[in-house]
Design a protein around this ligand. Structure first.
Ligand SMILES: Cc1cc2nc3c(=O)[nH]c(=O)nc-3n(C[C@H](O)[C@H](O)[C@H](O)COP(=O)(O)OP(=O)(O)OC[C@H]3O[C@@H](n4cnc5c(N)ncnc54)[C@H](O)[C@@H]3O)c2cc1C
Length: 501
């Protein structure tokens, strides 16, 4: 017999627009509604596994600003022109057939009324009631109170930034190629990446290869001048959170390639002409890429629930204490790490996608199907793609470097992507066989990809819905650069003199 599903615990008004069915007594019975907010690694897996488990016995609604899941680990390859942007996306309606996608961004959650209020991409507003809620809103770029950074730096958390940077980098090389002024040429062909975690390290490694390839195509490029990439970190090595061996391999590749790696170094100030390092050195540049890490999505701080370093406190079963109908997972949640008592799981895709599966199981259990489990996962190692055939990886703790690591890393990404694998593999083959396309489409401007934003997945358009910078009262002001409160990226607006195009 097929078990029936019922919202256990305190019951709620179900979704106001949800379909109704006949109950055993013949009266109308609505299917319980599960609302999942966010379709990243955690939310996508929650939706996928929940739809397989529940098989239509509950309505699953996925609220996300875009109609795609974004495979973030391959984003540096979009900027470096290895992969086209759509390759790293996976269609939500195309792959989650039993799930209703609602395009929008949650602005507020009313835990007492069990409703999520959202804004849609065309300025409309909506409300979703829920029986179960899964919060999987991920994270946004971390800001530090460093003068000029919010105005002049570009983050690296979404597709708009990756595409903007691909064009911007290409344009800088093209402008440097004919400007005639050696100082300007040097500034335009200098790229500063702050933060040598996996994002910054991959970006610098790929970026150097990309710009070296671009200058080979520039007629009249000044002899002997090479694009300069700087990678800065306050830590004493690259990949500070990862194993020392991995860091050594990455460091060797970066230096061999000509990346200027500066450890124990940070930025003191950023201006339109360059960056002042805390060593006192001023670096002329038109490009500052901010990869210092992430902070939980500002929606979390609006919930008025206990947090740990900004992440929503949850039980090992991913439930929000005091709210048996609410679950959270991924970067936005402080999930106890049962393999390292007293700590929380790191913000990685590996954890987020596995937590999504556990959230699905526990939501189903809360509806009467199966039993809940605690989240426990031992890290399987890490893979850092360094461009070309190079990578640093330690699958299951086995340290790898060179082409073997490169093959393992790419194999890992293909296996981890929930779709679009053939297209990604095809782009890799094309990239190995053909020169990279040196074309900038120029569709995005710097003010459309502000660093201080709650929506890095959206192109910022002043006054447009869903891109207001931050959720109302997002509370990011304490994190922003001096005097720059939430949403106010004053240098990053049209007509500003930020120095970026
Ligand atoms: C460039 C880059 C490279 C990375 N490389 C690796 C790697 O190699 N290995 C690794 O393990 N990790 C990597 N990470 C980290 C990893 O991507 C994150 O830990 C992971 O994405 C977290 O998953 P998540 O589901 O919590 O959040 P996300 O994947 O960020 O998904 C959050 C989703 O919620 C949506 N959302 C946000 N706010 C709202 C709202 N208010 N309403 C509705 N929807 C909302 C977003 O649009 C998004 O779809 C990388 C991160 C970056 C930025």
């Amino acid at each position: 017999m097929t078990p029936s599903v019922s919202p256990s615990g305190p019951t709620t008004p179900a979704g106001r627009t949800g379909p109704a069915r006949s109950g055993p007594s013949g009266g109308p019975r609505r299917r319980p509604r599960v609302v999942i907010v966010g379709a990243g690694f955690a939310g996508y897996q929650t939706a996928r596994h929940l739809s397989r488990t529940l098989r239509g016995r509950a309505e699953i609604v996925l609220l996300n600003p875009t109609d795609y899941f974004l495979y973030l680990p391959l984003l540096p390859q979009v900027t470096a022109g290895v992969l086209e942007a759509r390759r790293v996306t996976v269609s939500l309606p195309g792959t989650l057939r039993q799930v209703r996608l609602v395009l929008g961004q949650a602005e507020r959650v009313d835990l007492a009324a069990r409703t999520v209020h959202y804004s849609d991409p065309e300025g409309g507003e909506g409300e979703l009631t829920y029986d179960r809620l899964v919060l999987a809103v991920g994270s946004v770029s971390k800001l530090l109170p460093i003068p000029g950074v919010a105005e002049h730096a570009t983050g690296f958390r979404g597709l708009p930034e990756a595409l903007y940077l691909r064009d911007h980098i290409t344009r800088q090389i093209e402008l440097a190629g004919y400007c005639g002024d050696p100082a300007e040429c040097a500034a335009r062909s200098t790229f500063v990446v702050v933060g040598a975690g996996y994002t910054g390290t991959e970006l610098a490694a790929h970026g150097k290869m990309f710009t070296d390839a671009l200058v080979r195509k520039q007629p009249g490029w000044p002899r002997g001048v090479k694009p300069r990439w700087m990678l800065l970190d306050v830590a004493d090595r690259v990949l500070p959170g990862l194993s020392e061996r991995l860091a050594r391999t990455a460091d060797e590749v970066l230096r061999e390639r000509g990346v200027d790696v500066r450890v124990k170094t940070s930025v003191k100030e950023s201006t339109k002409d360059g960056v002042l390092l805390d060593t006192g050195e001023f670096v002329d540049t038109r490009t500052l890429i901010w990869c210092v890490g992430v902070r939980p999505d500002p929606l979390v701080s609006l919930l008025d629930l206990p947090t740990e370093k900004g992440r929503l406190v949850v039980t090992p079963q991913l439930g929000v204490p005091g709210h048996p109908e609410v679950f959270a997972c991924g970067d936005a949640a402080a999930v106890p790490d049962l393999t390292r008592p007293g700590e929380f799981t790191p913000m990685t895709a590996q954890h987020a996608s596995r937590q999504g599966k556990v959230a699905a199981r526990n939501v189903a259990a809360s509806l009467g199907l199966g039993t809940p489990v605690a989240y426990r996962h031992n890290d399987l190692g890490f893979a850092v793609d360094l461009g070309g055939v190079k990578a640093a990886a330690n699958p299951m703790g086995v340290p790898l470097s060179g082409p073997v690591a490169g093959a393992v890393t790419r194999g890992y990404h293909l296996a981890a992507m929930p779709g679009n694998r053939v297209r990604v593999a095809a782009d890799w083959l094309l990239d190995a066989a053909l020169p990279r396309q040196a074309v900038q489409l120029g569709l995005l401007r710097s003010w459309q990809v502000p660093l201080d934003t709650a929506s890095p997945e959206l192109v910022h358009t002043p006054g447009a819905p869903g891109t207001s910078g931050t959720h109302e009262n997002s509370g990011t002001s304490g994190n922003t650069s001096s005097g720059n409160t939430s949403g106010n990226t004053s240098g990053n607006t049209p007509g500003s003199t930020s120095g970026k195009e």
